[in-house]
Design a protein around this ligand. Structure first.
Ligand SMILES: Nc1ncnc2c1ncn2[C@@H]1O[C@H](COP(=O)(O)OP(=O)(O)OP(=O)(O)O)[C@@H](O)[C@H]1O
Length: 257
């Protein structure tokens, strides 16, 4: 469904010079697949996601989604990025219904659909709250509901749970898996947390740092549906976590002996 071929991104440095952020990325993601991109800070994970989203053009290479070249953002790719904050002046209901109204849906129908989505992300009863009245985890759920409202075939998620406390993070991971198991949307999920990548994904793409290149692609051959408590005890899960941790902990290439 997503085909990334030879994608390279070079940024202009302020004050002159260039910075090679990602180099020659080739990756194919099948319909309904959950793929995580894992790597150290600054390796270009977000850049790759923004390029797939059509928000940033690649310097070289190409992306196609369902065979069509990506030339800009589109309703087939739903971003859940931290930078896309909620509208502070709109309620939870208003935030989730916004895209549906923009797409021309009548107010009552947009609100009915938004209410159903709010319930799906576990926020029933919070429809009339404003973002400032919500916790970080609740805001993130609203952001997910807002994106789901477009019904995109692909979800692009950039460390959606990165800023949350450990407990909320685990809860939202479970909720995301439940949603995914029901809808089987294609998900490209950026994270630097190994356990999160293993728990959620079908495959984990490990990136090296500076410039970001694909170092390895690891199949997460753990059965689904996955239950965290059971998974943590499985030796296969532990093995995968250790294997991936070793891969991302490698020293940067330039200081390798
Ligand atoms: N608009 C830009 N202009 C110049 N350099 C940029 C720009 N965006 C990103 N970079 C650089 O590209 C590299 C990759 O950045 P990116 O945000 O994609 O990394 P990341 O792996 O997502 O990092 P993190 O995990 O810390 O969010 C970094 O060195 C960053 O400084």
């Amino acid at each position: 469904m997503i085909a990334i071929s030879g994608v390279t991104k070079t940024f202009q440095r302020r004050g002159g010079g260039t910075h090679l952020a990602i180099d020659s990325i080739d990756l194919q993601v099948a319909e309904g697949e959950f793929v995580s991109i894992l790597g150290p800070s600054g390796c270009g994970k977000s850049t790759l996601l923004y390029i797939v989203g059509g928000f940033v053009p690649p310097s070289r290479g190409s992306i196609t989604v369902s065979g069509r070249p990506v030339t800009g953002p589109g309703p087939d790719r739903g971003p859940v990025f931290q930078e896309f904050a909620l509208f502070p002046w709109k309620t939870v209901l208003g935030n989730v219904a916004y895209g549906l109204r923009e797409a021309g849906m009548r107010k009552r129908e947009a609100e009915r659909q938004a209410e159903a989505l709010i319930a799906r992300v576990g926020l029933k009863g919070y429809e009339s709250f404003y973002p400032k009245e919500l916790s970080g985890g609740m805001k993130q759920r609203v952001a997910i509901a807002r994106t789901l409202a477009y019904n995109p075939a692909i979800l692009l998620m950039d460390e959606p749970f990165g800023a949350l406390d450990a407990h909320t993070r685990v809860r939202l991971q479970n909720e995301l898996l439940e949603l995914w198991e029901r809808d089987r949307k294609t998900v490209l999920f950026v994270t630097h947390a190994v356990d999160e990548a293993v728990f959620l994904s079908d495959r984990v793409v490990v990136m090296s740092r500076q410039p970001g290149r694909i170092k390895a692609i690891v199949d997460i051959d753990l059965p689904r549906p996955r239950h965290r408590d059971e998974l943590l005890l499985q030796s296969r899960y532990q093995h995968l976590v250790i294997e991936l941790e070793r891969m991302i902990e490698d020293p940067p290439e330039e200081i390798r002996p």
